[in-house]
Design a protein around this ligand. Structure first.
Ligand code: C2E
Ligand code: MG
Ligand code: MG
Ligand code: MG
Length: 288
């Protein structure tokens, strides 16, 4: 983080400041290069989606797949969405990129259904800037119509920050719900929104952020928080899913507390579409 580097460099005198300042320049230039390459990258087909299974903890069946964007940059190779999504948000290219993700995820899910795979809901991450676009519902409707996917097989993952950026957020959510689309709050508990929104948001699911899941079995505070989120979600008739599940112990805890679903490396990492197909396609009928 450039700001932190600068701050600590100042504490250590002038020479270090020069050194860190050079490093900061490099960070800034990587950022501006990525910003310029984002749009071109979309046109050149450098973006693709991977899908991470979401498992129902009672039936142990896959019920959903979260679509996660991947960018293979011609010079830098794989660039993490944690790095490029904030840049795309700042520059506005998130609008085109987000549209690509929505269309691609719907087309892919429909293709799997046609191929006879079990029916999954595909979950698409929506950034706040994308959510505050006045034509979001039209964009979503177009992705459904074009693919032929029924709305109950699409879920949109929203973060708590949407409310700051979009005064009409609740009415947009209402429209999406009325279309039959599922809505979830991603990274729950890490944003700045108040519990009041849980009453006002017409949502179906809370996603427990992986920062709470991580130390679930070693930190009693995290255990208490996760337990509380699950009970609260259920009291509000909401579905709850834990992300970032990496161990059998975490899974055990979540099952005991009645968590509905989970996703994480313990089950599967995000997988390319071919792998999903291989994994779930019905066994080929033997020829007699
Ligand atoms: P997120 O939506 O909270 O996604 C969960 C992240 O956790 C993903 O990182 C996923 O690969 C990772 N993950 C899954 N299981 C585990 C696990 O067991 N342990 C750990 N440590 N991590 C796990 P990824 O793919 O790098 O995405 C990072 C973030 O970038 C996402 O967080 C989401 O906020 C954003 N993002 C990704 N794709 C899109 C997209 O298409 N549109 C938008 N707007 N944002 C996206
Ligand atoms: Mg997500
Ligand atoms: Mg999340
Ligand atoms: Mg997260």
């Amino acid at each position: 983080n450039a700001d932190i580097a600068l701050y600590s460099a100042k504490d250590h005198g002038k020479n270090n400041f020069q050194f860190f300042s050079e490093e900061t320049n490099q960070l800034v230039s990587r950022k501006s290069k990525l910003a310029m390459d984002l749009k071109k990258g979309l046109e050149r087909g450098e973006f693709s989606l991977h899908y991470q299974p979401q498992i129902d903890l009672k039936t142990e069946k896959t019920v959903g797949l979260e679509a996660l964007l991947r960018w293979t940059h011609p010079k830098w190779g794989n660039v993490s969405p944690a790095e490029f999504i904030p840049i795309a948000e700042e520059t506005g290219s998130i609008i085109q990129i987000g549209e690509f993700v929505l269309r691609q995820a719907c087309l892919q899910n429909m293709a799997w259904q046609k191929a006879g795979l079990p029916q999954f809901r595909v979950a698409v991450n929506i950034s706040s800037r994308q959510f505050s676009q006045s034509n979001l519902t039209e964009t979503v409707q177009a992705a459904l119509s074009e693919s032929g996917l029924a709305p109950q097989y699409l879920e949109l993952e929203l973060t708590e920050s949407i409310i700051q950026d979009s005064p009409s957020a609740i009415s947009t959510m209402g429209k999406l719900k009325a279309m039959g689309i599922h809505l979830s709050i991603d990274d729950f508990g890490t944003g700045y929104s108040s519990l009041r929104y849980l009453k006002l948001f017409p949502i179906d699911t809370l996603k427990i952020d992986q920062c709470f899941t991580r130390n679930l079995t070693t930190d009693p505070k995290d255990a208490a928080l996760v337990d509380t989120i699950i009970q609260m979600a259920h009291n509000l008739q909401l579905n709850v899913i834990a992300e970032g599940v990496e161990s059998a112990e975490q899974l055990q805890f979540l099952k005991q507390q009645g968590c509905n679903q989970a996703q994480g490396y313990y089950f599967n990492p995000p997988l390319p579409p071919e792998k999903i197909k291989e994994f779930y396609q019905p066994a080929a009928k033997s020829i007699q």
